[in-house]
Design a binder for this molecule. Structure first.
Ligand code: ATP
Length: 252
């Protein structure tokens, strides 16, 4: 770990970077996961490294959609497991929802490592394990097309942070409500998903948990109205406007 004080302006970001580097050394992450993290960091920087209003709007819509879901699934990749395993497991417990491992560069070793991380975080039922049944997702090829028959295939609503564009498109094409958390509002995943939360997973998931407890008492028609009134494209445009404002003000 870098020798630095908690008052360093990049302290939180450097802590996350350190976690990612360690996880890579332990074989939990592929090298490309670190590059993906770096892309996320760059966007986080120009979003002010905080949860902005558009993210709060989409967190509310996502929470309502998850509460309305008959079969919600939380899809976890390496980066999400390393950065937010405890929160994902907590979210799975309170909804309740199933957790499914979904790796872009899937290898049996990494699947087992991610499974270990999730178990350590308290997960009891994990789908997408190496020995589990699977069917390919229509339109995708190779190991990343794998999805569990009782998980992603059966799901009506899928929370899939840091997804890749092809998979997000394929899931939407199957008629799923796809909720993503992606710091890049321009990524294909952000643009394709049903509900896009432009925020860091480490901030967004705890806020979803909070929002779910707030919305828990709402009637079904109230939850439906929240989802119905949410306009994903307009909300993404608001995130882009925030970035433009941030750059115009030179980050001040
Ligand atoms: P797409 O295929 O959707 O266009 P991409 O190829 O740009 O995506 P990937 O490398 O597949 O991106 O996935 C990484 C995505 O996750 C990036 O858009 C990056 O901004 C985002 N990201 C990285 N770290 C985080 C994080 N901690 N929280 C939220 N999003 C993140």
């Amino acid at each position: 770990m870098h020798d630095m004080s908690p008052h360093h302006p990049r302290y939180q970001s450097l802590l996350l970077r350190d976690k990612m580097a360690k996880a890579y050394q332990e074989g939990i992450l592929a090298d490309t996961a670190l590059i993906a993290h770096g892309r996320g960091e760059a966007f986080d920087y120009i979003l002010g490294e905080k949860t902005n209003l558009p993210a709060l709007n989409s967190i509310k819509a996502a929470s309502a959609a998850l509460l309305l879901a008959e079969n919600p699934i939380l899809s976890v990749n390496g980066n999400t497991a390393v950065l937010a395993a405890e929160d994902m497991v907590k979210l799975a417990r309170i909804l309740p929802a199933k957790v499914e491992i979904n790796l872009f560069y899937r290898t049996p070793q990494r699947v087992m490592k991610v499974e270990e991380v999730l178990k350590k975080a308290g997960a009891t039922e994990i789908l997408g394990k190496e020995e589990d049944d699977y069917f390919p997702i229509k339109g995708l090829e190779g190991p990343r097309s794998r999805a569990h028959p009782e998980g992603v295939h059966r799901a009506d609503v899928i929370l899939v942070p840091l997804e890749d564009g092809d998979r997000a498109e394929a899931l939407v094409a199957l008629g799923k409500t796809v909720i993503t958390i992606d710091l890049n509002p321009l990524s294909r995943t952000a643009q394709t998903s049903s509900i896009t939360i432009v925020d860091n997973v480490v901030r967004a998931i705890p806020l979803i948990i909070e929002e779910i407890s707030k919305l828990r008492g709402c009637r079904i028609d109230e939850l439906e109205a929240i989802v119905h009134e949410f306009d994903n494209q307009r909300n993404i445009d608001s995130s882009l406007q925030l970035i433009a404002q941030y750059l115009e003000k030179d980050g001040k």
